[in-house]
Design a protein around this ligand. Structure first.
Ligand SMILES: Nc1ncnc2c1ncn2[C@@H]1O[C@H](COP(=O)(O)OP(=O)(O)OP(=O)(O)O)[C@@H](O)[C@H]1O
Length: 341
């Protein structure tokens, strides 16, 4: 395991930001810390980085106890949402900065000095090539787009060959299209470089698309750890199910809108009869709202949302006012309503 977080608790005054968190992050994986605002994701990332200290618990990095090791000696690279760049330095010099600090002091123009410079220049060229910014090497950061600046920040963090790369909402401030491009790019970069990477996001789509593993954090606790498929298909509890995607209720069970089978005759035992109140086309999908038939003596059931392809909707001839019977698809993910902690 590359990072082992054991029994980490962090309070700010009376407020418990992290409550006995245990987490193993395997070497070379891309892990997302996902959860709602204020859940404790950034605090956990900052404790792994050494920018914040835990009140209790330990952090091991690559088998060594890092709990009391200062941030600059942990060999981690960071990128934050509002990344501090040197505005007066070119892109190339920004990327070279960490390497220059690490190079041993040498007499200017001596052989060692020249060798160091050549080595650093070569490494900067490699890194700029990796993040596709070679043609912008001599620009100032203010002459880059937001997405290009974040790629520069990643090149800078990777320059010192960190064992671990920590990214705190690295694409948070960018517009949706650029975010999407950068997340595809981050996935490809990770496939090339394989550095153990942990990134914080509150965007479930970002986590599902990019990460090998997702850690869902809420209220200072881990709700579930798993691959994107595990979390989506087998959510440990109601919170995870609701956080990872749209949920609707059918016959007292919560499930995903695309996991509901619709029939135009009462074939399936136990199916719920109802009437379509709305059919809405959204891109290539159709969202169908169904009002379940009232049951004598029971409280009215909530409307059910069903999502299906247009072709399926057409083949069933579904329209407003039509009578339908709903049942969970056999493979449907359902929340276990008792929270698992
Ligand atoms: N230095 C601090 N002093 C007091 N409270 C803090 C401090 N840092 C964080 N907190 C509190 O700890 C909780 C967790 O904060 P954290 O930044 O880890 O959440 P987060 O999950 O990263 O949220 P977001 O997605 O909004 O960044 C929040 O309620 C926050 O207000």
């Amino acid at each position: 395991m590359s990072i082992e977080v054991s029994g980490v608790t962090k309070r700010f005054g009376e407020f418990v930001a992290l409550d006995d968190v245990n987490l193993s992050i395997p070497t070379g994986e891309l892990t997302a810390l996902l959860g709602p605002s204020g859940g404790g994701k950034s605090t956990l990332l900052r404790i792994i980085a050494g920018l914040e200290s835990a009140d209790r618990g330990t952090i091991m990095i690559e088998g060594a106890d890092a709990t009391r090791v200062p941030a600059r000696h942990r060999n981690v690279g960071f990128v934050f949402q509002h990344y501090a760049v040197f505005k007066h330095m070119t892109v190339a010099r920004n990327v070279a900065f960490g390497l220059q600090i690490r190079a041993k002091p040498a007499v200017p123009f001596s052989t060692t000095w020249r060798e160091d410079r050549a080595r650093i220049n070569h490494r900067v060229e490699e890194l700029l090539d990796l993040v596709h910014l070679s043609q912008f090497a001599q620009r100032l950061p203010s002459q880059l787009s937001g997405g290009q600046r974040q790629r520069m920040a990643l090149a800078r963090a990777l320059a010192v060959e960190p064992k671990v790369l920590l990214l705190d909402e690295p694409f948070g401030a960018l517009d949706a299209k650029v975010r999407k491009e950068l997340r595809d790019w981050l996935r490809r970069l990770h496939d090339e470089v394989h550095v153990t990477t942990v990134f914080v996001t509150h965007d479930q789509e970002e986590a599902l698309e990019v990460a090998d593993r997702i850690v869902v954090i809420n209220d200072g606790r881990i709700e579930q750890i798993g691959s994107p498929d595990q979390l989506y298909d087998e959510p440990a509890n109601d919170f995870v199910m609701g956080f990872l995607g749209e949920v609707t209720e059918l016959g007292g069970v919560r499930l995903r809108p695309h996991d509901i089978d619709v029939a135009v005759s009462p074939g399936v035992h136990g199916s719920v009869p109802g009437v379509i109140s709305r059919v809405l086309r959204v891109g290539f999908e159709v969202r169908v709202t169904v009002v379940p038939d009232p049951v004598i003596g029971a409280a009215p059931a909530p409307e059910v949302n069903v999502v299906m392809s247009r072709a399926h909707q057409r083949s069933l001839g579904l329209a407003e006012g039509a009578k339908v019977w709903l049942s969970p698809a056999p493979e449907a993910a359902r929340a276990r309503l008792a929270a698992v902690r």
